[in-house]
Design a protein around this ligand. Structure first.
Ligand SMILES: *Cc1c(COP(=O)(O)O)cnc(C)c1O
Length: 379
């Protein structure tokens, strides 16, 4: 099956009792047993729920993986995955990580004796210098936030295989429409379903997928033991959102391209960060591992003054100022004072998060209105 067909049909089936084409919301905590242990695969909804089950299978199919697991947030998915590790184990992670991932690694798991190294992975060989006999996991984000750096998943996978570490890829920014890390050698793919997958800014949820049966068994054990599971209503919303994932991602990518080109020509803009631009430093890798380039982009204003950035942020009418991304509506944000405010200025300047940097999550509105909005705001 091709991607759009899978988005609509994979893993889901009409309700056996009524024929309802949409997966019902099985709003139940428990299931009647004919005799102790005699049941239809469902005993208690922390362990398994039919609405969640169909969503998990649907997401696994989209990522070309065999097993899927959903969690009550993206952070819940990350929390569960890191619990596969033991004290003394080491992780090598992309250096400009999603802030919440950096926080759980350094503020939560370091306390339990897990050690994290942060590497600039645009050149995959930088990963190699942190490898030692305790390396258990390599954690990759690509494209990164907010400067849209591209890391070569296949090249990093070769290093992971050589040292016997698990390769985990946070595929939130790309979605499986733009890239499928399992096909490039990832062992686990993680999602904040909150973003493009659900796509309508109305739910918080996360997911993990994998192929290996033993790994799936371990994740299922942790999912049930730690209990960060989503409710069936939210699972229904994500299943419904995914049915248009391919349509939305096409439009996000088209609009992203048009906005990137507009900003690239604008006299008030000094730099545009979008992997589809030919002068992006890893454009070749992006072309190889991505199907299109998506609607996330950042740009910096000439002079890099915070007051200029603030003026633009308050002048837009179609773009709303908000955290998060990946919904149908266009959002903009100021990483230096929002998502990256906790990072010391010197540190964030090193990774390109300047005072004049603005991040856009380009939505699926008519692109003329989006460009018009930016044009009037940039004066
Ligand atoms: C939002 C996000 C997360 C965290 O997911 P939540 O659903 O907010 O818990 C992790 N990684 C990336 C790249 C994200 O954008």
């Amino acid at each position: 099956m091709k991607f759009g067909t899978k988005a609509i049909h994979a893993g889901v089936f009409p309700d056996p009792s009524t024929g309802a084409i949409m997966t019902p919301i099985y709003q139940t905590s428990t299931y009647v047993q004919a005799a102790p242990g005699e049941h239809k695969g469902y005993e208690y909804s922390r362990t398994q729920n039919p609405t969640r089950h169909q969503l998990q299978n649907n997401i696994a199919a989209l990522e070309n993986a065999r097993h899927g697991f959903c969690f009550s947030s993206g952070m819940g998915a990350i929390d569960t995955l890191v619990k596969l590790l033991s004290p003394g184990d080491e992780v090598i992670a992309t250096n400009d990580l999603y802030g919440g991932t950096y926080r759980i690694f350094t503020k939560v798991f370091e306390k339990y004796g897990i050690r994290f190294h942060f590497a600039g992975m645009e050149d995959a060989s930088a990963v190699q210098s942190f490898v030692n006999e305790r390396t258990r996991m390599i954690w990759v984000e690509t494209p990164t936030n907010p400067t849209l750096k591209i890391n070569d998943i296949a090249a990093i996978s070769a290093i992971a295989k050589q040292c016997g570490a698990l390769l985990a890829v946070d595929n939130t920014f790309a979605s499986p429409y733009l890239q499928t890390p399992m096909d490039l050698g990832a062992d686990v793919v993680m999602h904040s379903l909150t973003k493009y997958m659900a796509g309508h800014s109305d739910v918080v949820m996360g997911a993990l997928v994998c192929n290996d049966d033993k790994l799936a068994e371990d994740i299922a054990f942790l999912q049930n033991s730690c209990g960060a599971v989503p409710g069936p209503q939210d699972c229904f919303l994500v299943l419904r959102g995914i049915k248009t994932l391919h349509l939305r991602m096409q439009r996000h990518s088209e609009n992203g391209a048009a906005v990137a080109r507009f900003l690239n020509e604008h006299p008030a803009v000094s730099k545009v960060y979008w992997p589809g631009l030919p002068d992006h430093p890893n454009h070749d890798v992006a072309r190889r591992q991505m199907r299109d380039f998506g609607g996330m982009l950042s740009f910096s204003l000439k002079g890099d003054r915070i007051e200029d950035a603030m003026r633009v942020l308050s002048a837009t009418k179609v773009f709303s100022l908000a955290e998060s991304l990946g919904g149908v509506e266009s959002l903009l944000g100021h990483p230096a004072s929002m998502t990256h405010a906790a990072i010391p200025r010197e540190e964030r300047l090193k990774s390109g998060v300047t005072d004049g940097l603005i991040r856009l999550s380009v939505g699926v509105e008519d692109v003329e209105d989006l460009i018009g909005d930016l044009e009037q705001a940039l004066i």
